[in-house]
Design a protein around this ligand. Structure first.
Ligand code: FES
Length: 108
């Protein structure tokens, strides 16, 4: 199947060490780009609980903890991992080519 996603080059693999998160933009979407043990994942940057930026949060194990209220999401799936988060956060597609990291919004 052809790759029809609209990929955006957002970072170099060397920009982000394992266990780190950084803010990037994919089109008009704010995105938290995460290096989880050398594998890259991308979540919408806005916490689904209130108005907090997940890229200001912390990677703990395979979860990202929101900087407010201690809510958390699973990095791989965007599913809620800790109260008060109850709504999943949007996940974005990620690929690397050489040392470039690309992120794309998934089709609705
Ligand atoms: S804003 Fe993220 S847990 Fe409340």
């Amino acid at each position: 199947m052809a790759d029809t996603l609209n990929w955006h080059e957002v970072a170099k693999t060397s920009d982000l060490a394992p266990g780190e998160v950084m803010y990037v933009e994919v089109g008009n979407d704010p995105v938290a780009l995460i290096n989880l043990d050398g594998e890259f994942f991308a979540l919408h940057d806005m916490c689904t609980h209130q108005d907090a930026s997940l890229s200001d949060g912390e990677i703990i194990g395979d979860e990202i903890e929101c900087p407010m209220h201690g809510g958390a999401f699973e990095v791989r799936t965007g599913l809620p991992a800790n109260f008060p988060v109850v709504v999943p956060v949007e996940t974005f597609a990620v690929k690397t080519e050489g040392d470039a990291v690309f992120v794309a919004k998934r089709p609705a």
